[in-house]
Ligand binder design. Structure first.
Ligand code: DQA
Length: 139
């Protein structure tokens, strides 16, 4: 299968920021583990702090023939109508993921504007949230 692992704003700081919440591994280290787990599949990884770049990448998932997008939009999750609309624009299924359990944190993290247009949501399993989401496409 062909997967796009997409990380939004501040996810490049994983392993550096709030280690008690997001862990000590860098995003590069996490991505390497994901690639090793899915070694029989095609995995592409992309991170951006720029909302529009995330939208463009979601749009390109359609033309580039991805089977699924695994999206940790970071804080964009809670307010980006642009990312929501990009997800709605494509038929490629998108799964929303979070490293932390956003439901168990601040009130504002309990709102996701993208959940209603995603195939599902996986949160709270650390780096394994990404792996669990992609595995679901194989069931
Ligand atoms: C996050 C949760 C978001 O609320 C937060 O803004 C992030 C990371 C997570 O992976 O747990 O940047 O998406």
């Amino acid at each position: 299968m062909k997967f796009l692992f997409l990380n939004g704003v501040n996810l490049n700081m994983t392993g550096v920021r709030e280690k008690g919440i997001y862990g000590t591994q860098t995003l590069e280290e996490i991505n390497r583990e994901i690639a090793a787990h899915f070694k029989g599949d095609v995995c592409e990884f992309f991170q951006s702090n720029i909302e529009g770049e995330i939208c463009t990448k979601i749009q390109s998932a359609q033309t580039e023939g991805y089977d699924g997008v695994i999206l940790n939009a970071g804080a964009f999750t809670h307010y980006s109508i642009a990312i929501r609309d990009a997800i709605s624009s494509v038929s490629v299924p998108v799964i929303e993921v979070h490293i932390s359990n956003v439901q168990a944190r601040e009130e504002f993290r309990r709102t996701s504007v993208i959940s209603p247009v995603c195939k599902g949501v996986i949160c709270g399993f650390g780096k394994n949230s990404y792996i669990l989401a992609a595995e679901s496409f194989k069931l």
